[in-house]
Design a protein around this ligand. Sequence first.
Ligand SMILES: NC(=O)c1ccc[n+]([C@@H]2O[C@H](COP(=O)([O-])OP(=O)(O)OC[C@H]3O[C@@H](n4cnc5c(N)ncnc54)[C@H](OP(=O)(O)O)[C@@H]3O)[C@@H](O)[C@H]2O)c1
Length: 338
Amino acid sequence: MNTIEELDKKLSEPSDRLLQDLADLDGDVMILGVGGKMGPSLAALAQRTFQQNGSNKKVYGVSRFSDKSHKKELESQGIVTITADILKEKELQALPDVKYVIYLVGTKFGTSGNEHYAWVMNSYLPGRVAEKYRNSNIVVFSTGNVYPLVHVSTGGSMETGPTGPVGEYAQSCLGRERVFEYFSKTCNTPVLMYRLNYAIDLRYGVLLEVARSVYNEEPIDLKTGYANVIWQGDANEIALRCLKHCNVPPTVLNVTGPETISIRWLAHQFGALMDTPPKFLNEEEPTALLSNASKAHRMFGYPGVTLQQMIEWTTDWVRHDRDTLDKPTHFQQREGKF
Ligand SMILES: NC(=O)c1ccc[n+]([C@@H]2O[C@H](COP(=O)([O-])OP(=O)(O)OC[C@H]3O[C@@H](n4cnc5c(N)ncnc54)[C@H](OP(=O)(O)O)[C@@H]3O)[C@@H](O)[C@H]2O)c1
């Protein structure tokens, strides 16, 4: 994986199981909030899937396009882009109706001290969108942050277990789920709550952050000693396949990789590949934000890109000082302040 182009191509390569699953999808797909970290590769994957299947279905990508380059890039692939601030009612209502919606809009970083904005974006706006798209199937991007920190011995929170969001960001995300659930039940709208824990590509994510610390010989704080990650291409594939699993009441699904990754172990893996011993601060606390995604693996199979593969690609990316997004995950945060 040597260039951004190669990475983008890999992230948008449809697997056989995705091609098969979406072959008979009977409507267009709209991605709301396409302009962030995941949206561009998700839209590209959907578009390539339809193209390779010979389907005439359209992919719409909606965002404010704060980063204008995404708009051009998406249009060059045949994705229909719409520039809209969907917090503005007129702009939301002007969007076309579609049968399938993937909802990525949300806010996390900078919400400490700006809590009112987190609640409007993560809890109020979902109600506006759920009403507008009450006749669609909606995959709602949510987060593992709706769960409490759990002991590492539990194997991670399950969909059937209790929620327990820590801090206002996480509470507002649970608000997003509850509001979508209300409209699902009252308007009979099929919904799936997609609770994601740390997607990674080589430009951002937990692996990049740990690898960079090892490479730069900076100490790694071990208090949050465990995490789950999933390759962004696999997370995107699951999101698209989830379009066929929306239900009333909503299906709830944890989406992440199969491993409970020890950060200490991960740093040692990078250390061995980089010939640089990792440095650490503090000791592991017994709890962490961990999800158990065995239900998703039962439904869709294991992710296509393995943890060892991600470690090798990330090592190479860091050693060659390739482009990154400068969007830290703050996965070490234990008080829910972002
Ligand atoms: N990446 C992860 O590992 C991860 C983990 C757990 C949960 N999630 C959740 O999954 C979703 C997608 O992840 P992501 O990392 O791609 O998020 P992201 O980078 O925050 O992307 C969301 C995008 O939504 C757009 N948006 C925000 N406000 C909008 C508005 N008023 N109208 C139209 N578009 C708006 C923004 O693009 P513009 O500025 O162009 O409008 C923003 O970049 C998010 O809700 C996130 O919280 C992600």
